[in-house]
Design a protein around this ligand. Structure first.
Ligand SMILES: Cc1ncc(COP(=O)(O)O)c(C=O)c1O
Length: 400
């Protein structure tokens, strides 16, 4: 097939939910991808924070093949045992905060959040959910209801009732909102889709205290921040915050659709048979891949690489900001979840287009931002190659 044929078929038959980039990706290796016409690109989006150890990663291919040759989906699904699932559970237990004692799997981040919200209602026997403005928790009806961005909500009203919002980072608002009707407070420890916002350490610690005092369960949505994206395996774990649920997806299986949620002993002990389930939850193929990804992250100390690459990015981007103070308002983020905030959305769009014209994928975020979130095992020379492209793209828009 040629790129042209692929464009025609997708444009004709795919539901029209995306503004498409006219590039048809055929294959990848590490941070590089090639289109159907053989052109090479650098991927600074890792498929939206997913391919955390690179495209066509051999340890993932090996896990897919060896598990694929044995068992994809158990007879009677989760009713039977699986060594692949047990293997993943053992390795996850070593990297999760130690107070989280039970895990269940999903196919996506939205599903994991959806389940955590549903189960929090059961455990507390309360209805209300508090979330934060600018948050993103998914696109199912209940996670869209928990998402604090008008663009994901307004066309679908009425959404689920009993969802309320507070300003991210504002403790007094949270304190005011919590009462005996609130089942859960769901929060990203660093907001990703909302524009890469980092709250103070005090905010998350106090949020934990306030929730605990009020009998509200704390759900940390680590779908984007988990698995070393910002350095540590999990942000809430590194901060020593005792959440009741920790939800995960994206990086967990490095590109294979998979997710899950971990719970404290207290929560798990209040749940019973039939409270949750799903056809694919914990399917052996996904488990084998996730196991291989987590093992790779740990064995290769990917967290240290993330910290090193963060320093290079921050230094380089800091120089751009000094050179173009009218164009770049702020550089922020943690680890390899970074954002350049431009003075207006038009400039961000142009800079993003200029990057793509130079064969670098970045992600325009919240209008005036460009998010940089490449594979976590990116090598220094690959990072510098991508940054040099970004620099020339910024020079083109700043000089225009
Ligand atoms: C913090 C967060 N939660 C949930 C989701 C939804 O995950 P998924 O797209 O796998 O359903 C996302 C996706 O971007 C996310 O960033």
């Amino acid at each position: 097939m040629s790129s042209q044929t692929t464009f025609e078929i997708e444009d004709k038959y795919m539901a029209p939910f995306f503004v498409k980039q006219k590039i048809s990706i055929d294959r990848g290796e590490g941070v590089f991808v090639w289109d159907e016409d053989g052109n090479r690109y650098i991927d600074f989006t890792s498929g939206w924070g997913v391919t955390c150890i690179g495209h066509a990663q051999p340890v993932i291919t090996q896990a897919l093949v060896s598990q694929g040759q044995k068992m994809l989906q158990n007879p009677n699904s989760g009713l039977t045992y699986s060594p692949a699932r047990a293997g993943l559970l053992s390795v996850l237990m070593k990297v999760l905060p130690s107070h989280l004692t039970h895990i269940f799997f999903s196919n996506s981040g939205a599903e994991a959040n959806d389940a955590a919200i549903k189960l929090a209602r059961k455990v507390t026997n309360r209805l209300d959910v508090i979330s934060t403005h600018q948050s993103f928790h998914g696109r199912t009806i209940s996670t869209a209801s928990a998402t604090g961005q008008a663009s994901h909500r307004e066309k679908f009203n009425p959404l689920m009732p009993n969802y309320r919002f507070v300003t991210y980072g504002k403790l007094d608002e949270l304190e005011h909102a919590l009462d005996e009707s609130v089942a859960a407070f769901i929060i990203e420890p660093i907001q990703g889709e909302g524009g890469v916002h980092i709250p103070s350490e005090k905010y998350l610690k106090e949020a934990e205290r306030l929730c605990s005092e009020n009998g509200t369960l704390l759900i940390a949505d680590e779908v984007q921040t988990g698995f070393c994206r910002t350095g540590p395996m999990f942000v809430s774990g590194a901060m020593g915050i005792n959440v009741d649920f920790l939800t995960m997806a994206k990086g967990i299986a490095g590109g294979f659709p998979f997710g899950g949620f971990a719970m404290s002993e207290k929560v798990a002990s209040a749940l019973e048979i039939g409270d949750h389930g799903g056809t694919y939850c914990g399917n052996p193929l996904g488990c084998a891949v996730a196991h291989a990804v987590i093992k790779y992250l740990v064995d290769n100390d990917v967290s240290a690489n993330v910290r090193h690459m963060e320093t290079i990015c921050m230094e380089t981007m800091g120089v751009w900001q000094k050179r173009f103070p009218e164009t770049i308002k702020e550089i922020r983020g943690k680890g390899l979840l970074l954002l350049i905030e431009f003075s207006d959305p038009d400039i961000a769009a142009k800079a993003s287009d200029e990057c793509l014209a130079r064969h670098l994928f970045v992600r325009q975020t919240q209008g005036n931002g460009i998010r940089v979130f490449p594979a976590l095992n990116i090598k220094e020379e690959e990072l510098r190659e991508g940054l040099a492209i970004m620099q020339s793209a910024i020079e083109a828009v700043a000089d225009a």
